[in-house]
Design a protein around this ligand. Sequence first.
Ligand SMILES: Nc1ncnc2c1ncn2[C@@H]1O[C@H](COP(=O)(O)OP(=O)(O)OP(=O)(O)O)[C@@H](O)[C@H]1O
Length: 282
Amino acid sequence: MSAPILSLSGVTKSYPRGGMLGSLFGAREPVLALDDVSLDVMAGDVVGIVGESGSGKSTLAQLAVGLTRPTAGTIRLGGEDLGLLMRDHAGPWRRRIQMAFQDSSSALNPRKSVGRCLDETLALAGVDRAARTGEAAALLGRVGLGAEMLPRLPHELSGGQRQRVGLARALAMKPDVLIADEPVSALDVSLQAQVINLLGRLTGELGLTLLFISHDLALVRALCRRVIVMRKGRIVEEGPCLQVLEAPRHDYTRLLLSAVPKGIEGRRRPPDRTSNPEFPRP
Ligand SMILES: Nc1ncnc2c1ncn2[C@@H]1O[C@H](COP(=O)(O)OP(=O)(O)OP(=O)(O)O)[C@@H](O)[C@H]1O
């Protein structure tokens, strides 16, 4: 069996309560955001991460992309220790795992056009100058936007277009793993469907490994093959998406499912992956 592309082993993350000031003045108990989490993600996996607010989903994402360091435990990317990769090869490693969508309006520099933003990212990815304009247009095409977007500034785009530009920028790095943290929560329902369909298509076409963090179980069910349910910094249940969401074993998963408003679930039944060209298998 092949090795996981991303692996967390006994990962714990605690934050000082009230931030640095809290630790200076209060010396109260730290916040345990992740508590002994172990997780293997295989290449090409599309994994949903669900759980109530504060359960540790974003902390897990931030640890995986190296934005913060674990208090204990090991994270491996492609079998290599992330701590060592960050120390010795921070640049190349960062390209292999990208986070998209955090907050598209603040993630894009308001003074840089789409073309310039993609050009700079492609330069970082090592694409030579002559090829960059063509590549930028091709990336926009991949996310369903035209080359006419290149001269536009972020405020001249709709929310959905900004999300797509953010995704194009993440793809410019040719990552192995993409982490999408609440990618569609700020979009209306029709734009949500478009972005979810796009992510489904891209994971199929590019063989991308996707970690999809969402409060919306129906979206997770539509997109993901596997789901991880988090509560209070721990993984309480994981398994194939349909199995976990159709026949949950843990009370907390049942509670999350019971909180989905009636009608939403039926409206977004999972697409039939065998016949739906939007969801090709890699
Ligand atoms: N930088 C930080 N400093 C202190 N505490 C933090 C920090 N970041 C997160 N936390 C705390 O860690 C816990 C987990 O937060 P995290 O953002 O990972 O949860 P989440 O599941 O992503 O929540 P949400 O769905 O609301 O985004 C929470 O109690 C949160 O308050």
